[in-house]
Every structure is written in structure tokens, then in C-alpha cells.
Design a protein around this ligand. Structure first.
Ligand code: SF4
Ligand code: SF4
Ligand code: FES
Length: 493
């Protein structure tokens, strides 16, 4: 393993490690623009120049591999001067519109200039003006004045998606990012371009001008929109958020993990916040003579007697529930109350790809199988068959996602049906009682991803209108049905 000295620190690294990465391991940050840990090095920006003993010229740390015995200086006067020059060169033509730029606060140009820039920026006689609003996809906007031509976006589309929609066109001073042959960016990972652009050159209609990033709070979480379980940040209002905006979720961004590396797909990024729309605040009774909002007690009393005949009860639950919620369902409904007809369903399968997205659009099918056994799908089909034959007096549906399985709704009109869910949908009027529960953003728990990896997450938002958790609802149902559940049992699950 090569051994080097960097700013006086001795460090041994794996063969093939670049100086920039070796420095990172030694706790030394080398400023950069074009380097990105998820992409191959390009060496285009020259921001990472360092001095290597015995080498007459400065070298780019992001492309130079460590050689045994190397002595590197990342802070010599020559290095400092080179950094100042690179920054001055970039700032010649930069619009400096930080006050209205979404990237402000997260921008590498701001950061590098603050830490390494010179206060004397030579002023060019005539600044080159470029287009500031070029749609490179339906939702991504390129500001050519802000672009530092690092080519991260071009390389992402070459190396990760293989779709190659962007390129550097023209030459010299006129070089600019453009879409290839006039065909816009159109792939399921396009939102990552906004994250990897080191400046505010690529912005997203979804977030544009909505918030200053320093007023947001990032909550680490796990995406529930497919079995991969990508690690994400959910950006919500921070304590000092300055406006009365009703928006609760501002951005979904990737969080590095071995599972998803630096990326997420556009389904996770743009569809997740929809789970917080059209929320139900109060229990609802749907009676022949009308629909009325009622208290939880009244709603629960309207059906608690059905549990006296457990053979006549079926429960259909969702692959979107956490392992802890599923354990509670098993302990209370199956073990204690003797309800044996319990099945699981969820979102319909979609198309997977060979990057991250998998066809199973549910986050916890694996966890359900671990708990209930691999034959849970077969048992669910048996429950559907019994439903079709009219075997049940009472049906309890748990979770919003089950609406995508048409089997669930075959017999709900004939059977007294209660649905515990978080938001309105086009099918809710088919049941007799609606009980609102907290959604994904408002609960904590664990999902087991498609590879069997357990991942826990915490709540990102306070409950909407104080709706109860599924655990609270289950424990209320059980106590109203005459079954005493020890408090610890609920807390343990
Ligand atoms: S648009 Fe952003 S990522 Fe692409 S080259 Fe310009 S600065 Fe780099
Ligand atoms: S690949 Fe799956 S888990 Fe990852 S962001 Fe997309 S939908 Fe979410
Ligand atoms: S980060 Fe090394 S040349 Fe850009």
C-alpha cells in the first residue's frame, strides 16, 4: 500500500487512491469543483492543484494517484496563488446573483471563494452575458451564466444513466452546456443533476425560489416508494423559517449510503411529497343517509362488536407499514384476538431498472415476509377468495396503498368495511367507516429492503391535525373489543 506525507501528516492508502481522496482520509479538504466522489475524475476545473515535492509544476489532486513516498503540500504559497487565480477566472463572468440563487448556502463557488479567494478580482472590460433560463428538461432549468463548466452533469449522464443528453458545445470562451441534438434530458434520475451541479446553474422547478436552504431542516430518512430503500434527506421548515407558507415538505434529496450511493430516482424525489396531500383529519361514518365526521370513540363503537366473531373478520394490510406496526398487528389481531384471515397487499408493481429502481413499489414486502412467512402472498389470495364467497361480516383495511389492488374492493360494498388510512382517494366512499392515521412522514420505524437490510427512520413532520398513530388506533380497537393489551406490548412493537 502506498504511503505518503500530506501537509506533514503520514498516511497509508490503497493503491489507486488519488491525492484528493487520500487528503480526505487524512482530514484535509482540498477545494474542488469538478471532482465528485460518485463520478470518474475529469481534471477540468484546476481548483484542486497541489504541490508535490520534486515536481516542478502544480498537479491536480483529483486525477493524480498517490505514489509511494510522495510528499504533498496543499497549502504552499504557489498553491494558494493558483486557487486565487482559478477563482478570479471563474468570477470574471459569474453573475453573482447569490441573493436570488437557490444554491446559495450550498454553493461550492461561494464556499471556495470564502475560504480561498482573493479580495482583488480583476474586472474584465466586458462581461460575457449568457442565457439565464434554458429548459434542459420539463423541470430542470440551466443558467449558463452561473455554470462553471465542471462537466459533472455531462459525466453523470454518461456514467450513471448512460443517456448522454448533455454535452459541452462550442469552444474556448464560448463553451457552454447544451442538450444533445435538441433532445431534452429525459431519464428517471434527472433530479440528481441539481444536487451534483456545484453551483446554481441547474435548478429545479419543484424547488425554485421556494426557500433559502439555511431556513430548512434536513431529516434523514428512507424512501418508501420502492423496495430498494434509498437513503434520503427530507427538507422541512426549520425553526426560523420566515414565511407562513403552508408547504410542509420542500425537497427530497439523496443521502449517501452503500445502498444508493449518491443518487435517488425521480419517483422518490418528486412523488414522495404527494403522500402528504389530501389528508383526512377526522373519523368519518359513511351512512346511507349521508356522510358525517364523528369522534374516534363513536367511530370505534360503530364496529367493535364485529370482533366477537373473529372467523367472520378479515384484515387486509399494506406492504408500506413498518416492521413495528406489523408486529403489533400480528400480536394483537392474530395472536390475541384470534383473527386468522390476514393478508397483505400494496402498490402495483412498476418497471424497474438496473440503477436503483426496483419493480416492487413497496418498501417492506421483505419485512412482511420475514414476519408472516414467505407464503403470505398465497394466504392473501385465499383471503380474497373467501371475501368473494361472502364469508366475512367485517373487513378491516389498513393503509392507503391497498387501493391499487382491485381484489380488495370486490366485496366491500356487501361487507361492513373500515379503512384506516391517511389521505382521501377515489375509493374511500365504498367503505362504512374511515379512521385517519399518521402518514409515512409522521411516524418512525423500520423497513426491510429488497436485499433484507433493515433500515430505520424517524418522523420528519408533526402529525397532521393530531391524527393518531396506527399503534394507538390498534390499541384502542383492542381495548374496546374487550381485549386488554399491556401498555408495554404496544411500546415494544
Ligand atoms: S451546469 Fe453545473 S454541473 Fe453542469 S457543467 Fe455547469 S456547473 Fe457543472
Ligand atoms: S429507487 Fe426506489 S427507494 Fe430509491 S428513490 Fe427511487 S423509489 Fe425511492
Ligand atoms: S477538482 Fe481537480 S481539476 Fe477539478
Amino acid at each position: 500500500m502506498p504511503f505518503l506525507i500530506i501537509d506533514g501528516k503520514e498516511i497509508e492508502v490503497k493503491k489507486g487512491t488519488t491525492i484528493l481522496e487520500a487528503a480526505k482520509l487524512a482530514g484535509i479538504e482540498i477545494p474542488h469543483f469538478c471532482y465528485h466522489p460518485g463520478l470518474k475524475p475529469a481534471g477540468t476545473c484546476r481548483m484542486c492543484l497541489v504541490e508535490i515535492s520534486g515536481n516542478p509544476k502544480l498537479q491536480t489532486a483529483c486525477t493524480t494517484e498517490v505514489q509511494d513516498g510522495m510528499v504533498v503540500n496543499t497549502n504552499s504559497p504557489a498553491v494558494k496563488k493558483a486557487r486565487e487565480e482559478v477563482l478570479s477566472f471563474l468570477l470574471y463572468d459569474h453573475p453573482l446573483d447569490c441573493p436570488i440563487c437557490d444554491k446559495a448556502g450550498e454553493c461550492l463557488l461561494q464556499k471556495n471563494y470564502n475560504e480561498h479567494g482573493s479580495t482583488e478580482i480583476p474586472v474584465k472590460e466586458e462581461m460575457i452575458r449568457r442565457e439565464k433560463k434554458v429548459f434542459i428538461s420539463e423541470r430542470l432549468i440551466l443558467d449558463r451564466e452561473r455554470c462553471v463548466l465542471c462537466t459533472r452533469c455531462v459525466r453523470f449522464l454518461e456514467e450513471i444513466t448512460g443517456t448522454r443528453e448533455l454535452l459541452v458545445s462550442k469552444r474556448g470562451d464560448n463553451s457552454e452546456i447544451d442538450i444533445f441534438q435538441g433532445i431534452p434530458v429525459n431519464n428517471l434520475y434527472s433530479g440528481n443533476l441539481v444536487d451534483i451541479c456545484p453551483v446554481g446553474a441547474i435548478t429545479d422547478l419543484d424547488f425554485r425560489f421556494k426557500a433559502r436552504v439555511w431556513f430548512l431542516k434536513e431529516i434523514p430518512s428512507v424512501c418508501p416508494l420502492c423496495g430498494r430503500g434509498c437513503n434520503i434527506f427530507i427538507d422541512v421548515k426549520g425553526e426560523f423559517f420566515p414565511s407562513l407558507s403552508k408547504e410542509r415538505i420542500f425537497r427530497i434529496r439523496p443521502r449517501y449510503s452503500e445502498i444508493n450511493k449518491y443518487w435517488i430516482c425521480d419517483i422518490g424525489r418528486y412523488k414522495l411529497a404527494e403522500l402528504d396531500k389530501n389528508r383526512i383529519a377526522n373519523p368519518i361514518l359513511l351512512e346511507p343517509n349521508g356522510v358525517r365526521e364523528v369522534s374516534f370513540e363513536e367511530a370505534l363503537m360503530s364496529f367493535s362488536h364485529y370482533f366477537k366473531e373473529p372467523d367472520k373478520v378479515a384484515i387486509l394490510s399494506s406492504y408500506h407499514l413498518t416492521n413495528e406496526e406489523n408486529q403489533l398487528i400480528k400480536m394483537i389481531f392474530y395472536d390475541k384476538m384470534g383473527i386468522k384471515n390476514i393478508g397483505y397487499t400494496g402498490f402495483r408493481d412498476g418497471k424497474g431498472d438496473n440503477i436503483l429502481l426496483v419493480s416492487d413499489r413497496n418498501p417492506n414486502r421483505k419485512g412482511v415476509k420475514k414476519l408472516w412467512g414467505d407464503d403470505i402472498e398465497k394466504r392473501t389470495q385465499e383471503v380474497f377468495q373467501l371475501m368473494r364467497r361472502g364469508n366475512f361480516n367485517f373487513l378491516l383495511l389498513i393503509g392507503d396503498e391497498i387501493l391499487e389492488d382491485e381484489n380488495v374492493f370486490l366485496s366491500v360494498r356487501e361487507t361492513f368495511t373500515v379503512w384506516i388510512l391517511s389521505r382521501y382517494n377515489e375509493l374511500y366512499h365504498n367503505v362504512r367507516v374511515i379512521l385517519p392515521m399518521r402518514n409515512f412522514f409522521e411516524k418512525e420505524g423500520t423497513f426491510t429492503n429488497i436485499d433484507g437490510i433493515d433500515q430505520s427512520f424517524s418522523s420528519a413532520l408533526p402529525p397532521f391535525k393530531n391524527v393518531p398513530s396506527l399503534k394507538d388506533i390498534i390499541s384502542q380497537i383492542s381495548s374496546l373489543s374487550g381485549i386488554k393489551i399491556e401498555k408495554e406490548l404496544c411500546e415494544r412493537s
